[in-house]
Design a protein around this ligand. Structure first.
Ligand SMILES: [Zn+2]
Length: 70
């Protein structure tokens, strides 16, 4: 999947591990979908995915897990 970056470049979908934080708890979420633009080297997630990322971070913190799949 591809999308257009704000710079006008072509951004490709990649899956990467992202760290999220709530207060002093840091958790790692695996395989977070993010678009990466080779032109400006910007990585970004779409609205629904960043919402889900925040939910996964909260779930991990609430369950005491240090890592979770997306
Ligand atoms: Zn770009």
């Amino acid at each position: 999947m591809k999308t257009i970056c704000v710079c006008g470049g072509l951004a490709r979908l990649q899956y990467k591990n992202e760290q999220g934080r709530i207060k002093d708890k840091v958790v790692t979420i695996y395989n977070v979908p993010a678009y990466y633009c080779a032109d400006c080297q910007e990585a970004f997630t779409t609205g629904s995915d960043s919402l889900r990322f925040a939910q996964r971070v909260r779930k991990a913190v609430e369950s005491g897990a240090e890592e979770l799949e997306f």
